[in-house]
Write a protein of this length. Structure first.
Length: 289
């Protein structure tokens, strides 16, 4: 009887696996169609200078609108896009759209735009050219673009792929900045911070004190990361800032910038234009939250 049950479980497991593979294949097909059909849109979330209070930059965050009134967030489709290689085309589309949207914001308010980049994109031989072309076509200066990469990507790059480093170094010489996203969540040594071409550390939101748990210890972590960034000549940006208490804490620790629902949620390009105009006249008032 135990044997039979085991066999049943095995069958069920295989069926489940096959179903998931089918779902994945279907999702990739749908994503391909969505790109051609223009169903993706780029949203923008402000990044605020904690000292001066201005909106220094906006982060480009992709959204999928598969049908009217329906929206799907990137966590639900970026992994499939990465596995299938579709991220190269999708990522280039996001980059070009973000540069176009940001050109006017930069001219009017000096705002920079920060774009998430997947490892696969940086492995393309012509990635640096793709970025240059996007900047030129949009009329956006390289100094107004920040590329966000994850810690894991840097570790992989440091170990085996110097093409990634070559792209980032070349673009950095031209004025593009590089940020490490979700800093502190990857399993990596500190050597890469010493050796790799980066400008900014984005502190993962899981490090911000949340009012629960041991506050002293949580604060120590944030302080340590901010000091680490500054000692290495990097700017520190806190992600996931949701409360005034977190803003006060980050200011006290000398953290350079903050991003999170407290300052504003990601919104579409038209609304971002309004938000940036309002922030200029009113100072960095919390918006959208
Ligand atoms: P990320 O780059 O770390 O972006 C920050 C995420 O945190 C965004 O989620 C944002 O909406 C969310 N967030 C911002 N402030 C707060 C806050 O105060 N509290 C909380 N709980 N969350 C906050 P989103 O837009 O769902 O994006 C998720 C992830 O998807 C991004 O994380 C990024 O890794 C990836 N992603 C988004 N757009 C792109 C893209 O164009 N290309 C690639 N390769 N990845 C992207
Ligand atoms: Mg990011
Ligand atoms: Mg992040
Ligand atoms: Mg993230």
């Amino acid at each position: 009887e135990a044997k039979a049950a085991g066999r049943d479980r095995a069958v069920t497991y295989d069926a489940g696996l096959r179903e998931r593979q089918l779902e994945r294949t279907e999702l990739i097909e749908r994503l391909r169609d969505a790109l051609t059909a223009g169903q993706f849109s780029v949203y923008y979330q402000p990044i605020v200078s904690l000292g001066a209070g201005g909106f220094d930059a906006v982060e480009a965050l992709v959204r999928w609108f598969p049908a009217p009134g329906e929206v799907i967030g990137p966590d639900r489709f970026i992994p499939a896009a990465e596995d299938s290689g579709l991220i190269v085309a999708l990522g280039e589309w996001v980059l070009r759209q973000a540069c176009r949207d940001a050109a006017g914001w930069h001219r009017q308010h000096g705002t920079a735009v920060t774009v998430n980049v997947s490892p696969r994109q940086l492995m393309e031989p012509d990635y640096a050219m793709t970025v240059r072309r996007a900047l030129r076509d949009a009329g956006l200066p390289p100094t107004a673009l920040i590329l966000e990469i994850t810690e894991g990507m840097l570790v992989g790059a440091a170990n085996q792929d110097d093409r990634t480093i070559a792209h980032l170094s070349a673009l950095r010489r031209e004025g593009v900045r590089v940020a490490v996203d979700d800093f502190g969540t990857g399993y990596s040594s500190l050597a890469y911070l010493r050796d790799l071409p980066i400008d900014i550390l984005k502190i993962d939101r899981s490090f911000l004190p949340d009012g629960a748990g041991p506050a002293d210890r949580q604060v120590s972590f944030v302080r340590t990361i901010v000091d680490l960034a500054h000692n290495l000549g990097l700017a520190a940006v806190a992600e996931g800032v949701e409360t005034p208490a977190q803003v006060d804490l980050l200011r006290g620790l000398g953290c350079d910038k903050g991003q999170g629902f407290h300052f504003g949620r990601p919104v579409g390009a038209a609304e971002t234009t309004e938000v940036l105009a309002a922030s200029r006249t009113a100072g960095a008032v919390p918006i959208g939250a």
